[in-house]
Design a protein around this ligand. Sequence first.
Ligand SMILES: [Zn+2]
Length: 275
Amino acid sequence: MTVLCPVCQTPITTTEDGGVCRKGHRFDRARSGYMHLLPANRKHAKNPGDDKLMVDARRKFLDKGYYRPLADTVSRLASEWLANLPHQTPCVLDAGCGEGYYTTLLYDALCQRGMEPDILGVDISKLALDKAAKRQKAIFYVVASVFHLPAPDACCDLLCSLFSPYCSEEYQRVIRPGGAMLLVIPGENHLWELKQAIYERPYKNQVKPFALEGFTLLDHMQVHDIIYLAEHNDIENLFKMTPYYYKTSEQDQARLLGRGELTTQIEFEVLLYRK
Ligand SMILES: [Zn+2]
């Protein structure tokens, strides 16, 4: 998939070790393979996005397969939809791809169906993309904001947004007419028992209505499972992945982290739309 120069918006020609736009702006690839396309004036911190602690925790937790049922559902819905295209080279943009766990499994699923997917993973955290780029070299990862995707208008057949901010205008811009969008949001009961272990009076997640302007809902699947964490490290890693980690007092944290095991529900709403 073509990526655009963050300075002048012209297409970047990429090579093994970098890229150059039509006006001569040059970009290096990191050793792991991702490319940095976030202009300095859109960087609000030295290393924006998820920090090392969060990225490491998420990678360790996801690699143990606890969220595999979600990954499988996402891959199945996406590949079934893309299988209807008249060509075998779908363009997919993963907006807010993090450390590439779901992106890589989707890539594998599409290849297994005989497709040759062209996948662009975008995330604002270079620490996350460093992990992602090491997982699968055939996926191109770029550091950028999902609010300013470095991609041309109407470039993708499918845009995936898993637990990322929803940017209506920007997603509308990059999805081609008739293309699809796959969203994943936490369900009402997601991590309920984890929250019960932290808070005296936990609240259920509020799930917004699924209708989105400019899109038609094609399919909705709920992924619900119960996971058993028998290792203290897994509980701690799961907790660090959540927004609760930064909002919880040390005392409340200690109550959770003192536990040797935890059984909790996981619940996700997987939504497939057509533009
Ligand atoms: Zn340029």
